[in-house]
Design a protein around this ligand. Sequence first.
Ligand code: GDP
Ligand code: IMO
Ligand code: MG
Length: 431
Amino acid sequence: MPSVVVLGTQWGDEGKGKIVHLLGKQADYIVRYQGGPNAGHTVVFDGKKFVLHLIPAGILIPKKICVIGNGVVVDPLSIREEIELLEKRNIQVKGRLFISELAHLIFPYHKILDAAREEAGGKATRIGTTRKGIGPTYADKVERVGIRMVDYLEPDTFARLLEQNLALKAHLIEKFSSVEKLRREILEQAERLRPFLEPFACDTSALLNRALDKKKKVMFESAQGTLLDIDFGTYPFVTSSNPIAGSVGAGCGIGPSRIGSVMGIVKAYTTRVGEGPFPTELKDDMGERLRKAGQEFGATTGRPRRCGWFDAPVVRRSIMVNGITDLVLTKIDVLANIDPIKICVAYKVDGKVTKDFPNSRSAQQRCEPVYKAVPGFGAISSDLKRFKDLPVKAQKYVKTLEGILGVKFSVISLGRSRDETIQMARKVTWV
Ligand code: GDP
Ligand code: IMO
Ligand code: MG
């Protein structure tokens, strides 16, 4: 099948936006299948910087069709802002973006409840969410009280469902805001937003299946990363969706038989935003150096990202649960002049060495990294185009990672722009 999934193998921010901008040139359709405006995908080209939250990064490639699947949670106000901002910057969106009628919507009360949950137990229970209302919106979906795009577009249905939701949540909402005020605000907003959003909404499952029938190439762009997956991440310090490849089918309405290759994006070190276990975290000058060199500040919230050494058990877990066929290495340039470079190859947990990422939440906190130190390399010129032009020690670093992970890199990214990339002889496979 001519489809490729592009996903994050760590805790998000691996450089998915850049890689979709690079490889999406080969695609006809680029599709988000989960997450919401918690994502921040940065694309830098021609001296301009774009940060996409809900719209696939493929929108920045002329003529590509972009789809927001049913598995994504959409904030009606944010999506309009994102569309308008792009159009202001001369990126045509109308006619190229399709939003699933089945996508669940985020309303102001979801954001209030997100923040309330973060504050309720103080530091002990805080997840460090983006406060975009993600968790409460997915909770409503599973609780079967969610409001979908198709409901929003029918004024009577929407008014009835909103009332039902406000009644259900009134006891909580009233602690932080007023139900009356929210009702007015949301209904007024819906009147204004409905005509704007209507042309974008459609049955995107039918759209994508027809495209695949015609052998069109489809790229699925994940948000977040596997260690933030609600099932396979560091629960409860995760997001409320499944970024893993297995959720593409449910998040887009296509069958698993239509998924071809799975491409995992790997940052040459590790970062994490928000709370939760992070075995290779560096709280010293080296962590600060990585943050500075890699400009590791959240694309959505601006928070400084926690930084640490490369963690192989994390990436190996990702390779396994996603069935990764190809790897992309990003930000190797950030490691320039660091000597030695450390790679976590295993953990010591209670005196025992393991190569596997543990499932126990307490063991995740107690993992002591077992490091392999490898020689560093000098600066890498970002315009290199062939692997053999990399400094020999950098080539060795890449090969060491491949050996530890058991999968080869198809692409090595040396900078923010898509020109700053080495594409290996092994081409991306659309099967
Ligand atoms: P995403 O959420 O996975 O799309 O990643 P983000 O956009 O949140 O964070 C990745 C950051 O690294 C962005 O600022 C990118 O512009 C930048 N970036 C991507 N690839 C490279 C690279 O190879 N080298 C450097 N120095 N920066 C990169
Ligand atoms: P991209 O797509 C990094 C993190 C939050 C928090 C946890 C739960 O840019 O890689 P949520 O708001 O989803 O309920 O927060 O998940 N998080 C991300 N971290 N990159 C992201 O997206 C993230 N989206 C959510 O910081 O720890
Ligand atoms: Mg990001």
